[in-house]
Write a protein that binds this ligand. Structure first.
Ligand code: UT7
Length: 332
């Protein structure tokens, strides 16, 4: 009998825009200071995409080209493009379609996934299902956000956290048991009010009033989100380990969503994984929403070995949260 098909990551790309916004820069915009930001979040600086008239799809293109090159994929071979983003170029068409047009993926279909900071994990798991059926061979999964487009740089509770950036992976079939093995995905809309953008959707379409009231930006009740994030991200990460009979020593890397270093430490602690096996880049890039996990994988790629066990975990607006257990599929 043929082996079960799993979906393996066969290439990764990442990109951040060149412009750095440091904590000192933010001190000039809002009443805050470097000491507060670093001690409460772990963030020292973040990137901002400042190209006029360009959006998330334009920003993430360098990563997409790298993924195509590193996976030896011609654009016409791509079957599906899934883009996880909370800052799509437009409400519609989907950002995935714009990416497909840019690369010339003439045989692909594509769509976006909106699950805030957990979006990349949702997209990874969704993409893996298409591979596991045996019907699709190359699925491009993108996670990227131009968060600066929905941030109020007069709100110190949010502007210090978020940054711009993103990445992408190629999913291809493996018959060696590599790739995505298991996942736990969750959501609960009771959390909606604590982390949201109030206007711009069908309940409150854009108007002079919504603009004047600054309702087209991220609104967050940080302390409440923090409490839910600490508990839930740690819980699903531990759950996916336990049900696959994994102990901390079996895990080479924990790859957490980068929202707050204290949430990351709580998750590592719950899983028993020491911080030297936890991917971290929040210090440099802040919270890039759908970009954090692919950016981590991209930065740590050289340290990853075929067969390494990875736990990916995220928590975000919605609320949404989840964890993925995967076996890394290649040596770079
Ligand atoms: O990625 C999606 C999911 N999002 C998250 O996971 C974010 C979760 N939340 C957090 O990371 C944290 O709640 C924050 C970093 C957003 C805030 O940290 P906190 O320790 O929860 O602070 P807080 O909101 O409870 O505020 C504590 C104090 C307040 O002052 P008072 O009322 O005690 O006088 C705030 O006004 O800190 C004040 N404060 C600031 N002070 C200096 C809030 N923001 C700032 C700031 N600089 N930027």
């Amino acid at each position: 009998m043929a082996n079960k098909i799993t979906a393996a990551i066969t290439a990764i790309g990442g990109t951040v825009p060149p412009d750095v916004m440091s904590n000192a820069d933010l001190e000039k915009l809002v009443e805050t200071n470097d000491e507060w930001i670093v001690s409460r979040t772990g963030i020292k600086e973040r990137r901002v995409y400042r190209e006029d008239g360009k959006g998330t799809s334009n920003m993430v293109m360098p990563a997409i080209w790298d993924v195509l090159k590193n996976s030896n994929t011609k654009p016409e071979e791509v079957d599906l493009i899934i883009c996880a983003t909370t800052t799509p170029d437009y409400v519609f068409p989907a950002t995935a379609n714009l990416i497909g047009a840019e690369i010339g993926a003439v045989n692909a279909f594509g769509y976006d996934i909106q699950a805030a900071c957990s979006g990349f994990l949702y997209a990874l798991v969704t993409g893996s299902q298409f591979i596991e059926t045996g019907k699709y061979k190359k699925v491009l999964v993108v996670g990227a956000d131009k968060m600066s487009s929905i941030i109020n740089y007069q709100d110190r509770a949010t502007c210090i956290i978020f940054g711009d950036g993103g990445g992408a992976v190629m999913l291809e079939p493996s018959e060696d048991g590599l790739g995505i093995i298991d996942s736990v995905l969750r959501s609960d809309g009771v959390g909606a009010q604590y982390l949201m953008m109030e206007a711009g959707g069908s309940r409150r379409p854009p108007s002079h009033e919504t603009v004047d009231m600054r309702q087209h930006v991220v609104k967050q009740e940080g302390a409440t989100v923090f409490k839910f994030a600490v508990t839930n991200m740690a819980e699903v990460a531990a759950q996916v380990m336990e049900r696959n009979h994994l102990v901390a020593d079996d895990i080479k890397w924990l790859v957490p969503h980068q929202a707050n270093k204290r949430i990351i430490e709580a998750t590592a602690n719950r899983c028993g994984i020491p911080m030297d096996r936890v991917m971290l880049n929040i210090e440099k890039f802040g919270n890039t929403t759908n970009g954090t996990i692919p950016l981590c994988l991209w930065e740590y790629e050289k340290q990853l070995k075929k067969g390494d066990n990875l736990i990916l975990a995220a928590f975000g607006g919605g609320f949404t949260w989840g964890a993925v257990y995967l076996k890394w599929a290649y040596n770079s």
